[in-house]
Structures are given as C-alpha cells and as structure tokens.
Design a binder for this molecule. Structure first.
Ligand code: PNS
Length: 166
C-alpha cells in the first residue's frame, strides 16, 4: 500500500545549516514525504549569512545528500500564517537536549493558540550530531577550527570563504 504524503514545514534560522539539521530533515522527509525548509527572515536580527546565502547553502546540502521532495524557501511574519499559506500539515522541530524543550514547548503551544489545526512534531537527531549548533560552528570556523564533520560541505566552503581561509 502506498504511504500517505504529509507536507511538513521545518522552520529555523539555519545560519548555517548543520549536519544536525540535515539529520532531522532526512528523518522528517522519510516519515512525511514532503518537506519545506523555511528560513526565517527576521529583519531586526542581523544574521551571519544573508537569507539568500542560507537558502543556497541549504539547497546545495539537500542536493549533496540526494534528498528528493525538499524545498528550501525563506519567510517572514508568523510561522502559522506561512504554514497555512503553503498548505503545510504540520511543523517539525528538532530537540537536541532537555534545555531545548522549554522554549520549544512554549512556541508549539503558542502556535497552536494561533492556529489550532497546526500540529508541531518534535524529532530528535542522531546522537552523533546532537551537540552541534550553528553558533558553535561559526565560532569554531572563525578561529580556524575544523568544522568539516559538523556541517554539509557547502557550509564548510562558505564559512572558509567568509573567514578568508578558502
Ligand atoms: O532556528 P530558530 O532560530 O530556533 O527558529 C525559530 C523559529 C524560526 C522557528 C521561530 O522564531 C519562528 O517561528 N518565528 C516566526 C515568527 C513567529 O511565528 N513567532 C511566534 C512563534 S510562537
């Protein structure tokens, strides 16, 4: 019997995408069948990479990983409005540690208040990538540390370029 396809939206800053994010994306795609990665365009928070760069890096990483059925877009405004706009069935968020839980629970419940139909599904990454964060990756890269086992190749290249080590 053919599996039903659900459309999941995976929102985040992804500045840049890490192997932890890729692990969640791959798992979510395997379960739901369609995934839209949604990069938040928050204009009052200056990021490291531009939204266009983050999108390019994520797209290259998706290609590199051979994932079919993943779109990468950016969005502004409320996640619930965006999810409704693209017809998403659910939101996927990764939980790396207990420390993530409190804010994630609050966000999921607030999103449910804003849109009672939209479920949030939490997924845990593989333990070998669960300690990775974009912030730590940027810091290590800024001091010339090796980040090649923490992020997709596309992100390694862009970080090296940005820190003048290409
Ligand atoms: O990777 P991040 O920074 O933890 O992702 C946070 C994100 C993008 C999921 C969250 O900030 C978000 O959904 N922002 C959109 C604005 C919104 O809907 N705010 C109300 C959330 S309860």
């Amino acid at each position: 019997m053919k599996k039903a396809v659900l459309h999941a939206v995976y929102p985040g800053s992804f500045d840049p995408v890490t192997l932890g994010h890729m692990d969640i994306a791959r798992r979510a795609l395997g379960i739901f069948g369609r995934l839209t990665v949604a990069i938040l365009e928050n204009t009052d928070k200056a990021g490291f990479f531009s939204f266009a760069e983050r999108q390019e890096i994520f797209l290259e990483a998706v290609r590199e990983a051979g994932l079919r059925g993943v779109e990468v877009v950016h969005f502004s405004g409320l996640l619930t409005d965006f999810a409704q706009h693209i017809g998403a069935d659910l939101v996927v968020r990764g939980l790396r540690a207990v420390s993530d839980f409190e804010s994630e629970l609050q966000m999921a419940q607030m999103n449910r208040r804003l849109s009672s139909e939209l479920e949030t599904v939490f997924m845990t990454p593989s333990e070998d990538v669960s300690y990775i964060s974009s912030g730590l990756v940027r810091e290590i890269a800024s001091f010339g540390g090796d980040i090649s086992s923490l992020v997709p190749h596309a992100a390694t290249v862009r970080l090296a370029e940005r820190f003048g080590r290409a």
